[in-house]
Ligand binder design. Structure first.
Ligand code: BJW
Ligand code: ZN
Length: 248
């Protein structure tokens, strides 16, 4: 199931970048955005993940984020998150570039670097003064609107909605890592959201060997040299076992 070339390329000199999406957290019980389980509490995630939705009805958007925060808090990292932690010491460098806001990579290990392209469910930002706070408390409960302790204005989830720019520094780092990668793995993402969706092609152009891991054959990246069509919570631990078995 695991491409032989991938196992061979994951040697002690490999510079590995892993781009992850919602599919890597599916086995933890976190719903994905698109596809059959892509319904989030009767709302289309992609309708609420916009600045327009927040401007129009901040209470509705916060109710949705409060519900998601409570749901994700009860979830645990799964074997796919843990496999990346196990793979890291076997290669020269491994970095995770994630579209996920759930924090499950970070909970699987504090040691493997994680670049969060789309922000975090556990951070809030003031719409007026920009003050950013970390918050791991339950909620907010429906009807509750969190406010900035400095200026009293509304806090918003510190995530990247459609039409909003990604953080410059994060985007620059992700581009740098991608261009230096010898192996680029694309795990559990539909690959439709930009700029994340362009990274696999950049990696391939820069000479990386690109492999996608997805339960959907249709989500195979155009730039991928190989595709592993199976649940990543199965294929990633298997990959790590195969790499470990080659080591003396
Ligand atoms: C499994 C599995 C298992 C299941 N094992 N696999 C170029 C072309 C066209 C459009 C654009 C473009 N550039 C920009 C755009 C516009 C837009 C965009 O990309 N639109 C497209 C939809 C067409 N992009 C943006 O707006 C971005 N901003 C931007 O470009 O700004 C420019 C700018 C510059 C300067 C000033 C101002 C603006 C921002 C995009 C932000 C995306 N935000 C969200 C919400 C985050 C917050 C939150 O979570 O609440 O991010 S949307 C949502 O989609 C979320 C995700 O991170 C993202 C990607 O989804 P993902 O992870 O791929 O999930 P799914 O559900 O789609 O797929 C899951 C996959 O897993 C599936 O394939 C399953 O098969 C698989 N799977 N179980 C393996 N067990
Ligand atoms: Zn403020």
């Amino acid at each position: 199931m695991i491409p032989e070339e991938l196992i061979a390329r994951l040697d002690e000199r490999a510079c590995v970048v892993v781009l992850t999406g919602a599919g890597i957290s599916a086995a933890s019980g976190v719903p994905t955005f698109r596809g059959t389980d892509g319904l989030w509490k009767n709302y289309r995630a992609t309708d609420l993940a916009t600045p327009e939705a927040f401007a129009q009805d901040p209470a509705l958007v916060w109710e949705w984020y409060g519900w998601r925060r409570d749901l994700v808090r009860a979830c645990q990292p799964n074997p796919a998150h843990r496999a990346l932690v196990d793979l890291a010491p076997m290669v020269a460098r491994l970095a995770i570039v994630t579209q996920n806001v759930d924090g499950l990579h970070e909970r699987a290990s504090a040691e493997v670097p994680v670049l969060r392209l789309h922000g975090s469910l556990w951070q809030m930002r003031c719409v007026a003064c920009g003050r950013e706070i970390e918050n791991h408390e339950p909620g907010p409960a429906p009807g509750e609107l969190p406010r900035c302790t400095s200026c009293g204005e509304l806090l918003r989830p510190s995530v990247v909605w459609f039409g909003e720019a990604l953080d410059d520094w994060v985007l620059g780092q992700a581009g740098q890592l991608t261009s230096e990668a010898t192996v680029f793995m694309v795990v559990g993402t539909s690959g439709v959201v930009y700029p994340a969706a362009s990274f696999a092609a950049l990696a391939a152009q820069a000479g990386a060997y690109v492999v996608s891991f997805n339960v959907d054959d249709g989500a195979r990246s155009d730039s991928a040299h190989d595709h592993v069509n199976s649940p990543c919570e199965v294929s990633m631990p298997l990959l790590v076992r195969e790499v470990a078995a080659r080591r003396p």
